[in-house]
Structures are given as structure tokens and as C-alpha cells.
Write a protein that binds this ligand. Structure first.
Ligand SMILES: NC(=O)c1ccc[n+]([C@@H]2O[C@H](COP(=O)([O-])OP(=O)(O)OC[C@H]3O[C@@H](n4cnc5c(N)ncnc54)[C@H](O)[C@@H]3O)[C@@H](O)[C@H]2O)c1
Ligand SMILES: [Zn+2]
Length: 366
């Protein structure tokens, strides 16, 4: 039986531009069939990098070719630096040279970096051309590929220029995670744990029980996890496409986390590590406020530990006053009040903006 038949589809229903997220193992080989249904042109551009392209580009290009679609490959450098003005305009020139038009399509093949850059490029080239996302990291599959946030970095800061622009379809192939470095799998796990904390104690328990299977790359387990996370992110996005309210809950662990990333100068602490530490800070603070019981806090710390994510800030030797300062500088601060997402139990959170700075600072003690 073809693996392709086992694909799952989650629909993101929006007022305009609803789309499917197709999830499965080894479905990239058939991406062409999915894309051919929506492509309005017989030439598309695939943006990827050398590392990812070497493995997966032939699979997608081949499947497109079988559908009579020619793929122009466009490589960008690996890592965060690809989300730059330079790469954006380099791509614009390539699109013009290849006579791309309003009806053309860009396909992102890669992690959050490539998805953000390609999505932003698609949103502004000729005021918007079709965009397809093929996420190849756990983080991109459970988070960045869904919801339509795109953007690039400026020397002054991350994601300062961007747009909300929804893809036409997302194709999440869990088999692509088999080549992902373990540290990137760990990074994505912080977001996976976040969904359990936010919405679903049963899902949290499933992650707790299956953590070894995830790291052993049991694709069936990974597929189930990706599907659940996609369902939750989609639900939030459907209710709050432009991040005016509800979508803020997705920032659980992120307000503390951004402070850790900033003060750690994005070197000592990866995003996933920061989110994991941030969730623990939120959990510890909620526990101190007697909103969140000690046993649940221990489970949160336990699953983070099992996912090879850090459970203490001490080794990073960061200044607490600087961390608090960074939180007040965070763009999600409204009227100088820090808006925190705090757990009340596993699977449920509240938004609070009345927590005293001294208590917030104290939350960094672990
Ligand atoms: N748009 C959003 O809503 C949103 C949400 C969260 C994060 N982001 C953005 O996402 C970016 C981070 O994304 P990321 O964590 O996926 O990092 P990434 O895109 O840099 O990928 C991580 C590393 O893994 C490599 N890689 C990717 N897929 C691979 C595969 N299948 N096999 C082998 N190697 C592979 C990449 O080349 C890279 O070196 C950040 O720029 C962040 O701002 C965006
Ligand atoms: Zn995140």
C-alpha cells in the first residue's frame, strides 16, 4: 500500500485564503500531485539551501516534472542570515530574470528560516504571488509553517519587516525529519510541549510517554504529534488570524524566553532552550502564586528534561536585572505592563498583566 494514502489533511479555515496542511511520511515524493492542483503556471521556483536541497530537491522536482511543471531551484545560505534584505532582493531579481508573473508560485523547502523568507518574498513580489510551504524541521512543521507570519531580519532586530501571508498549501513530510540534526529536533520539542501545556493534558501525557519514540524517529509517533500541534495552531489562527488577541497564548514561555535569548545574545541559548526555560519560569511563577500545583510543575520540568532541554538558568550566568529589562523591552509588552501567559493546570493557561516586576524577576531563579 502506498504510504501516500496515509496522509492526513488539516484545513485552516480563514475568511479568505483557506488552505490545507497535508501531513504524512514520505509524501514529498508526491508533492507534485498536490501542487499541480493549484499551480497556475508551468514553472515554479523552489527556495532551499544546499544541505536540504541535496536530499529533498530531486524528490520534489521529480514529482513536479511528472506533472509537467518545471522547477527553478534557488539556493540561499544556511541559517538565520538568509532572512536578510540581501537575500530577499537577490531572489526578486531571479524572479524577474525568469519572467515570473502574478500567477507564478514560490515553494519553500526548508525550516522556519526558508519559510519566512520565501513567504515574505511571495507576499511582496508583484504584490503577491502563490506560496507553498514544505517545512522540513519539527519547529517549522508544528509552528512556523502554519499561520501566515512571514518576514526577514534587519541588523536592528529579528523579524522587523514582514507580512501576514497565507500559503496555498503546506506539505509536512515527517520523513524529512530523519536527516534533521538532533539539536533541531530538540528545538522543535519545546514548541510541542508548549501545545500540551496550552490546550491538552492528554496530548501532554502522550508526549511524556513517547519521548523516546520521538528521539528514535518513530515516524508514526512523530506524524501524530505533528498533526495534533498543527490542529491546535490552526484553531488559534482561525480565530485570530492577525494576532489581535487569542493568538497571544502561543507566547507561553516566549516572553521569558525572548529575554533569555536577548540577554544571552542569541548564542548561549537557542530558541527552543529559551522557550523551555521560559515555560518553567512561567510555571514556577504560577506555582508561587498558588495557581499551578507543584506536581504539575514537576511534570513540566520532567518532560522538558526528557526532551534534552535545560532545566536551569544558572549555567548561563545571566544577569537577572538585565533579563527583567529585556522583558520590558519586548514588543509584546502593552503599556509597559508585561503580559504573561501562565499555566493553571497542564492543558490550560490564563493571560495576566498584573504581576509585579519583583515577582517576575524572581521567576528567573532556578
Ligand atoms: N513564521 C512564524 O510564525 C515563525 C514561528 C516560529 C519561528 N519562526 C522563525 O523560524 C526560524 C527558525 O526555524 P527553524 O528552527 O526551522 O530553523 P532553520 O530554518 O534555520 O533550520 C534549522 C537547521 O536545520 C537545517 N535543516 C532544515 N531541515 C532539515 C532537514 N530535513 N534535514 C537536515 N537539515 C535540515 C537547516 O539547514 C538549518 O541549518 C526563525 O527565523 C524564526 O524567527 C517563524
Ligand atoms: Zn517559538
Amino acid at each position: 500500500m502506498s504510504l501516500f494514502k496515509k496522509e492526513k489533511k488539516v484545513r485552516c479555515h480563514l475568511e479568505q485564503n483557506s488552505y490545507d496542511i497535508v501531513i504524512g511520511s514520505s509524501i514529498i515524493q508526491n508533492a507534485g500531485q498536490i501542487i499541480a492542483k493549484i499551480a497556475r503556471n508551468d514553472t515554479v521556483l523552489i527556495m532551499t539551501n544546499q544541505k536540504i536541497g541535496a536530499v529533498y530537491l530531486p524528490l520534489i522536482s521529480g514529482s513536479l516534472k511528472r506533472q509537467g511543471i518545471k522547477a527553478i531551484r534557488h539556493l540561499v545560505p544556511d541559517g538565520e542570515k538568509a532572512k536578510s534584505e540581501k537575500q530577499l532582493f537577490r531572489l526578486m531579481k531571479v524572479l524577474i530574470e525568469n519572467r515570473f508573473e502574478r500567477s507564478s508560485m514560490i515553494i519553500a523547502l526548508g525550516g522556519g528560516v526558508i519559510g519566512d523568507l520565501a513567504g515574505f518574498a511571495a507576499s511582496i513580489f508583484m504584490r503577491g504571488i502563490d506560496f507553498v510551504n514544505v517545512p522540513t524541521t519539527l519547529l517549522a512543521q508544528v509552528d512556523s509553517a502554519i499561520g501566515g507570519k512571514t518576514g526577514i531580519n534587519l541588523p536592528e532586530g529579528k523579524n522587523l519587516v514582514g507580512s501576514f501571508y497565507q500559503p496555498k498549501v503546506v506539505i509536512a513530510d515527517s520523513a524529512t525529519l530523519s536527516t534533521l540534526p538532533e539539536k533541531e529536533l530538540i528545538n522543535g520539542m519545546a514548541e510541542v510541549i508548549k501545545y500540551g501545556m496550552l490546550f491538552d493534558h492528554l496530548f501532554f501525557e502522550y508526549v511524556e510517554k513517547n519521548i523516546d519514540a520521538i528521539f528514535d524517529l518513530d515516524l508514526e509517533v512523530i506524524e501524530r504529534i505533528v498533526t495534533k500541534c498543527v490542529q491546535y495552531k490552526t484553531k488559534v489562527v482561525e480565530r485570530d488570524e492577525k494576532e489581535s488577541g487569542l493568538r497571544a497564548v502561543l507566547n507561553l514561555g516566549h516572553t521569558f524566553g525572548h529575554a533569555l535569548e536577548t540577554v544571552g545574545q542569541y548564542k548561549k541559548i537557542t530558541h527552543g532552550m529559551a522557550v523551555a526555560l521560559g515555560m518553567q519560569a512561567a510555571g514556577r511563577l504560577a506555582n508561587k502564586l498558588e495557581m499551578f500545583d507543584g506536581e504539575s510543575l514537576e511534570r513540566l520540568i520532567g518532560v522538558i528534561d526528557k526532551a534534552h532541554l535545560p532545566t536551569s538558568i544558572v549555567p548561563y550566568n545571566l544577569d537577572k536585572a538585565a533579563l527583567l529589562g529585556a522583558m520590558y523591552g519586548d514588543k509584546k509588552v502593552k503599556d509597559k505592563k508585561i503580559r504573561l501567559i501562565l499555566p493553571v493546570e497542564i492543558g490550560s493557561v490564563v493571560i495576566r498583566d498584573d504581576i509585579k516586576p519583583a515577582l517576575i524577576k524572581e521567576a528567573f531563579t532556578f
